[in-house]
Every structure is written in structure tokens, then in C-alpha cells.
Design a protein around this ligand. Structure first.
Ligand SMILES: [Zn+2]
Ligand SMILES: [Zn+2]
Length: 151
């Protein structure tokens, strides 16, 4: 499993690959470390954030939004060129093709787990086991908590 996180102590962004032998998470820029749970399952599909301990994680597709948007924009341009040349068949064909590409990208993109509190990203986790999808109420709860802690 691969973890991308922002160091809680110095805000440096880190990327760490967790294997069976990894004992702790650490920051490459400062001395912050946090021991990893010994439990095998927590290392392959964490139920709680390994960086901040928060128990709320959500799951989303690791599809970079730029790629998805780029496909649509490109298709719109090509399609209007075809439209301007009275190539109706191509005009619609290109749009359909772009929609199919977007859908395939979505299907084949791996899921990523995200921590509500510190936004740590967990990639290549074991897909077995349930993690709920994004929930606005939960995000709000954590946003409020962050504000409260700052005061
Ligand atoms: Zn640090
Ligand atoms: Zn976290």
C-alpha cells in the first residue's frame, strides 16, 4: 500500500510505501514518526488513518480530474469541427467515443482511500472490505472540528 500524506508537524508532503516490514511512518523533512499498527489488515486496508488516527476514511476513484476534463474538452472541440464541416456522423461519433473513454477510465481507475481529517491518501490498498463513499455530513463534522481546534 502507498500512502501520500502531509506531515502533521511540518506540512511537508510525503509518499511512503508500506510493506509488511515497515514499522512506522515518518516524515522525510523533520523527525515526525508514528508507529504503524501490527495488525496486517490495517496495513493493507486501514480502518483508521495511519497518519492522524482518525477513524473516518472515504473512498473515491483515483481518476485525475484533469484527464477526465481533457477528454471531454478535446471531444467537444473535435466534434464542433466535424459539425462545422457538416460531418454529423463524426460529430456525434466523437462525443459518444469520448463518453465511452471517460467511462472506461473510471472503471479501470483504482480506488483511493482519503482521510477526512488530514486528507492523507491511501493508494493500492486491498479492495476487500468496505469503506463508505464520500459523505458531506462527515466532511462538515471534520471541518467544524478543525475550526474548533484552531481557536
Ligand atoms: Zn515533517
Ligand atoms: Zn488522517
Amino acid at each position: 500500500m502507498h500512502v501520500k500524506f502531509c506531515c502533521p508537524s511540518c506540512q511537508h508532503s510525503n509518499g511512503v510505501t508500506i510493506s509488511e516490514k515497515t514499522e512506522k511512518l515518518g516524515c522525510t523533512a523533520c523527525s515526525w514518526t508514528r508507529p504503524l499498527p501490527a495488525d496486517e489488515q490495517q496495513r493493507t486496508h486501514p480502518q483508521a488513518c495511519l497518519v492522524c488516527g482518525c477513524k473516518d476514511l472515504w473512498r473515491r476513484k483515483n481518476l485525475s480530474q484533469t484527464v477526465g476534463v481533457a477528454v471531454v474538452v478535446l471531444a467537444a472541440i473535435l466534434s464542433s469541427i466535424a459539425w462545422a464541416r457538416y460531418e454529423i456522423f463524426w460529430s456525434f461519433g466523437i462525443l459518444m467515443f469520448a463518453a465511452a473513454v471517460d467511462m472506461l477510465l473510471y472503471l479501470f481507475m483504482p480506488d483511493v482511500l482519503v482521510c477526512y481529517r488530514c486528507a492523507a491518501h491511501y493508494l493500492k490498498f486491498d479492495p476487500a472490505g468496505e469503506t463508505p463513499h464520500f459523505n458531506l455530513e462527515m466532511a462538515e463534522k471534520h471541518r467544524q472540528e478543525k475550526i474548533r481546534l484552531k481557536k
